[in-house]
Design a binder for this molecule. Sequence first.
Ligand code: FES
Length: 148
Amino acid sequence: MANLNINGKKYAVDVDPDTPLLWVIREQVGLTGTKYGCGIGTCGACTVLFEGQAMRSCSLPVSAAEGKKIETIESLEKNGQLSKIQKAWVEKQVPQCGYCQSGMVMATTALLRNNPNPSDEQINASVSNICRCGTFQQVRDAIHAVIK
Ligand code: FES
């Protein structure tokens, strides 16, 4: 049994403690905005916030998330309003297939919460997610639209 705090709600899930947090979020909790890409901590599709820091949830056993504050893409919209970052993603038409974009948005959310005016080097270091459509420039443009 793991006791989780996801998007401000408490969940008690009956899973093996080594189960990756990604699968608990998707299958036990039913929040499917967090995506599975590589499963080995490389692509970033599964990025969530873990105590406010970007974390690749495919590589985190659910036991390590017990009692920690977890935030997923579903938490960003408040009262029907997208976050500033999500709005920039729409305005800059970032997504192509869209599959990896929730991870991109969550990595950006962590970056800008901790550093509202990052340099290009800091952006590249923090938003290192992989996009097979090659939306990297649009992602940078959207981040710059938020921090301008
Ligand atoms: Fe977790 Fe790729 S699915 S980093």
